[in-house]
Ligand binder design. Sequence first.
Ligand SMILES: N[C@@H](CCC(=O)N[C@@H](CS)C(=O)NCC(=O)O)C(=O)O
Length: 220
Amino acid sequence: MSPTLYYHPLASYCHKVLVALYELGTAFEPRLIDLGNDADRAALRALWPMMKFPVLNDHARGRTVAESSVIIEYLDHHHAAPHILIPRQWEAALDVRLWDRVFDHHVQGPMQEIVLDRLRAAGGDLPAQRAALGSAYHMIDERMAGRTWVGADAFSMADCAAAPALFYAGTVQPFPDACVQLRAYFDRLMARPSVARVLEQAKPYFGMYPFAEAIPGAFR
Ligand SMILES: N[C@@H](CCC(=O)N[C@@H](CS)C(=O)NCC(=O)O)C(=O)O
């Protein structure tokens, strides 16, 4: 029996896990959660009281797994050809985990605060969050010098985290022109079939996104 993924097609942390599932070729049952629906909220709460998605329910192993990075570690471990997304070599794995954290905390974090501010119509300028994104962009740009993927030589969990983080962050705070390596990395990520598939599935929901007008035409 395939695991069930509780998710929403628009949600950036769900994108991260969907990219991993498609990279690994893991069969799963998608269970869309509408947070405006009481029954869906109750289903999510029963699995993960923090009420955040994605959550993976692996019925066959009797295990519920929350937190996008932990879900990817779990999938990578149990996949028939494990250690595709997290390298077996310890030092290399450490780099992947570091860059995964960078994208979650220093790109998704400030990006989500800016998005929430617009959702609440609070009208804040949020200079600290914008400055944090600017610092992250420059650090990623430097990291990408001479590299194809951010965490390891091959596509890894860090790239799964980078794709949705940069996709949505670019709509709230454009990448500086000078960050040519970051821009080239973003284009490589968007061209990756797993990422393109996730964005294609998100398309019908983009109208719900408060910065929908800033999503590049190629993805709408
Ligand atoms: N640290 C969590 C973050 C998950 C998260 O924030 N998910 C968002 C969607 S992208 C969510 O559940 N939002 C609904 C809410 O906060 O009510 C992870 O990595 O999975």
